[in-house]
Design a protein around this ligand. Structure first.
Ligand SMILES: [Zn+2]
Ligand SMILES: [Zn+2]
Length: 350
């Protein structure tokens, strides 16, 4: 099989040719058709996330060993399985839930693998979808996405799931409550689309690059704000009824500070983005304003089934997506790092 691997942290992906793996036990082998290219892979390829204060979160300390094939939005055809894999949709196309855990702890047994303390995520600790074949640990991680364009379905596994899980953490709320989305990259546009699909009406987007505003409005944002301009915070605070919730898809010190400052009493801040940094918080206002600060990381298997069903129902409007070849993934990661990509990119195998 051919794959595009990280062989050295921070360097371009390298093509590798090796034997196609054999499925053992409950494992399932898929021939990859498409794999979404996610911004997190920029950090993972670099080998670290910024923790702020000069500290780094090293992927090598999170069970990642090189060489590794990234790609955590895989979609492909089921072609083989180990002897213990039951109910196999052989020959059918499936979306892969990549956030797999140890498979045996209480969280994994309730399909909350994303909260497993010993993650074995596909495309991070385990070989991912930037190649032509992929092993999945168990058939339960295969999601039927029939009816959805196969070049679009992959982005539901990370971008769709991550934003769905984050947005759900702001529910229940009235459709007329203002929700602010920080960042109008692929995740930001997807968050707006998910909110619209769930029937939400009042959505504001904070994005410094005004070139991304048209896509945000197209996805359903009523208001676009440049957070770097004077008066941006006041503009958010003045929204009718105040800001009920913020989903921060950037996760930098300035987006977090603005998000927390703009919330109305009782409001919620959900942090998703991994740009990095740290925050000093005055504790008294946190209590007095009764606000909630919550982190959200990808989502559960059940949430992936829900966001796929939302897309199948036609309610989830597709965000701009373009298709590239697997050979181009490395340069797409460079473009994601430079912030020049509108929407999402999906790599096509073969
Ligand atoms: Zn991702
Ligand atoms: Zn587990």
């Amino acid at each position: 099989m051919i794959s595009y691997d990280v062989t050295e942290w921070g360097m371009p992906l390298q093509q590798a040719i090796r034997d196609t793996p054999q499925a053992q036990g409950t494992e399932v082998l898929l021939r990859v058709k498409y794999c979404g290219v996610c911004h997190s892979d920029v950090h993972i390829r670099d080998g670290y996330f910024e923790l702020g204060g000069g500290k780094k979160f090293l992927m090598s300390q999170r069970g990642m060993k090189l060489p590794v094939t990234l790609g955590h939005e895989p979609f492909g055809t089921v072609i083989a399985a180990g002897p213990e894999a039951a109910e196999l949709p052989l020959g059918e196309d499936r979306l892969v839930y990549p956030w797999t855990g140890c498979g045996t702890c209480a969280r994994c047994l309730e399909d909350m693998d994303n909260w497993c303390s010993a993650p074995r995520y596909i495309g991070i600790q385990k070989s991912g979808g930037y190649g032509d074949h992929i092993l999945v640990p168990h058939p339960k991680y295969l999601v039927d996405a029939s009816g959805i364009d196969p070049s679009y379905a992959p982005i539901l596994a990370c971008s769709g799931l991550t934003t769905y899980s984050a947005v759900r953490k702001l529910m229940p709320c009235a459709p007329s409550d203002w929700i602010v989305i920080m960042g109008a990259g692929g995740l930001g546009l997807m968050a707006v689309a998910v909110l619209k699909a769930l029937g939400h009406e009042q959505i504001a987007v904070c994005e410094i690059q005004s070139s991304k505003w048209d896509a945000a409005r197209e996805a359903g944002a009523k208001l676009c704000v440049n957070p770097a301009e004077d008066g941006a915070l006041e503009q958010l605070k003045a929204l009718d009824g105040g800001v009920w919730g913020v989903v921060d898809l950037v996760g930098a010190e300035n987006t977090a500070s603005m998000a927390i400052a703009c919330l109305r009493k009782g409001g919620r801040y959900v942090l998703v983005g991994l740009y990095g940094g740290e925050l000093a918080l005055s504790l008294v206002p946190l209590a007095q304003r009764a606000i909630t600060l919550q982190g959200s990381y990808v989502g559960s298997l059940q949430e992936l089934r829900e966001v796929v069903a939302l897309a199948q129902s036609g309610k989830l409007k597709p965000i701009p997506t373009r298709v590239c070849s697997m050979q181009e993934v490395s340069s797409i990661l460079d473009q994601l790092k430079a912030g020049t990509v509108i929407g999402r990119v999906v790599a096509k195998a073969g």
